[in-house]
Ligand binder design. Structure first.
Ligand code: SAM
Ligand code: SF4
Length: 474
């Protein structure tokens, strides 16, 4: 790129998105029911699928086979993740941006966007408000700008961690920001980040080039594609992938996501911790191409097929989607959602429920409160969880293949989910929500076989209920 400084890549970085290969797979013949069932069986045995096998699931488009795929995704989710849903909230730190991504209201050519970067004090105010609602996990979001370098990101992370109010504290801070160089990742890692997320937006080269001008940082496809490889090399082994669906053929994007996940797995022995699949939303100054937008039926297939393709990767469904879609999609394999989200800068204390186009990156589909979402989840039989224990005791990356450890969910995930839920119920829930939650905890406890784990858990739950203790985990 002319006029841009040379950018550092990972050792032996390559562009591993082979378009002719992916397009070829998508032109393949439709699999019959027997073949689809073979692939599903592999996935239910918790083996990752190849890109070619994933393509066959995408090609299976009869209503009966799609239903079988949905059913398998539900079953796999139940077996691998149980009925827990992890909750988090996004915190937008700054929307200055040097890029000009056609789909985003923060793009530099959007001159009527109000640009703002939260001061340290303003970050604290937002965090206090989030903690007072019961949040324990945040993702900090940044535009791409020289003001938001690794030091700035690290400082923001530290500010969040050391802002505490009452029993409130943030125990895990994830990041969604521009790709960094090795040194940058080491700096943010030292601040104690959880997952570093970078969405590739579209893996299709021509589309990528068209919507990310060449003379911008983000215009460099390989630098972004390689972003999480550099993270691994710098010691950040907890990374998140994503695509912005609605920019190019969704089936191509699904195969590219799986390609990327397998590439990281092969190269670093660890796959991505999460995959996000945001759908393009209306935004100030943005024209959407209606022909490429992903409809609800396609969206459900995306989630179910990703669930089957990468059984060990968490799937994140965001509040871009409306409550009905979220409720329906939850069962297909989602493991994390955000709730009570505001994406305008300062929105947790300033704008109330109003959605202000000049201040938002895009508009949200679900602006219900955390408490409302918690109540709905529990009514639907899910156990909302704020658990952060694995990351805090060092169970991450290659040292930790959560789900390959027999009995892991029983031993750690369910008890920890219940402990964090109890904290929420005691400290933050509305009376009606607390009633639903206490009943759910009783039911879950009754399902645990008698033994020292069960009695230990019951004892810890009581300690929380009696206000003697907090932040207990296995
Ligand atoms: N600036 C950084 C970057 O581009 O990677 C990170 C933050 S950006 C604010 C977070 C994500 O929001 C982008 O990666 C993109 O996928 C998503 N996004 C941008 N515009 C959107 C829109 N109109 N609707 C839905 N999601 C959008
Ligand atoms: Fe900037 Fe990110 Fe928006 Fe692109 S998507 S304009 S890089 S904030």
């Amino acid at each position: 790129m002319s006029g841009m400084p040379a950018l550092q890549l990972s050792e032996g970085a390559i562009d591993f998105i082979n378009e002719p290969f992916i397009h070829g797979l998508l032109k393949g013949k439709k699999p019959d029911a027997k073949r689809v069932r073979e692939i599903i069986a592999k996935s239910l045995a918790k083996e990752a699928l190849s890109v070619a096998e994933t393509a066959e699931l995408l090609l299976a488009d009869s209503p009966e086979l799609i239903e079988e795929i949905f059913e398998a995704a539900r079953e796999l989710k139940k077996n691998v993740y149980g009925n827990r849903i992890v909750l988090f909230a996004p915190l937008y730190i700054g929307n200055k941006c040097v890029n000009d991504c056609s789909y985003c209201a923060f793009k530099r050519s959007n001159t009527y966007a109000i640009r703002r970067t939260l001061s340290e004090e303003e970050i604290r105010q937002q965090v206090v408000s989030l903690e007072n609602k019961g949040h324990k996990r945040l993702i900090l979001v940044f535009g791409e700008h020289q003001a938001y370098d690794a030091e700035f990101i690290a400082k923001s992370v530290r500010t969040v961690y050391d802002t505490k109010v009452g029993h409130g504290e943030i125990r895990r801070v994830n990041i969604n920001a521009a790709p960094l160089d090795h040194e940058g990742y080491a700096i943010v890692k030292a601040a104690g980040i959880g997952t570093y997320q970078i969405f590739h937006e579209t893996y299709h080269h021509d589309t990528y080039a068209r919507i990310h001008p060449e003379n911008t940082r983000k215009g460099n496809y390989l630098y972004r594609l390689d972003g999480l490889s550099r993270a691994f090399e710098a010691g950040c082994d907890d990374v998140g992938l994503g695509v912005l669906f609605g920019l190019y053929d969704w089936r191509f994007e699904v195969l590219s996501l799986v390609t990327h996940a397998l590439y990281l797995q092969d190269r670093y022995n660890v796959g991505p911790h999460t995959i996000s699949f945001p759908r393009l939303r209306p935004a100030a100054g943005v024209n959407l191409d209606e022909n490429l937008l992903v409809n609800d039926d396609q969206f459900k297939r995306i989630i179910a097929i990703l669930r089957l393709a990468v059984p060990y990767t968490g799937l994140i469904l965001t509040a871009r989607e409306n409550p009905q879609v979220r409720r329906e999609c939850m069962s297909f394999g989602v493991s994390q959602i955000d709730a009570g989200s505001r994406i305008e800068l300062g929105g947790y204390t300033e704008a109330g429920d109003a959605q202000v186009m000049e201040r938002e990156q895009f508009s949200l589909g679900d602006i219900r409160s955390l408490d409302e979402v918690m109540r709905e989840l529990m009514t639907d039989g899910y156990v909302p969880s704020f658990c952060t224990s694995c990351y805090r005791v060092g169970r991450t990356g290659e040292h930790f293949m959560e789900f390959s450890i027999p009995g892991f969910i029983k031993e750690f995930c369910t008890p920890n989910a219940l402990l964090t839920l109890e904290e929420y119920l005691v400290d933050y829930a509305a009376p009606e929500t607390r009633a639903v939650g206490e009943k759910l905890i009783e039911e879950e406890l009754a399902r645990i076989e008698d033994g020292s784990m069960k009695s230990d858990l019951a004892k810890r739950l009581k300690e929380i209920r009696d206000n003697q203790n907090r932040d207990l985990y296995f």
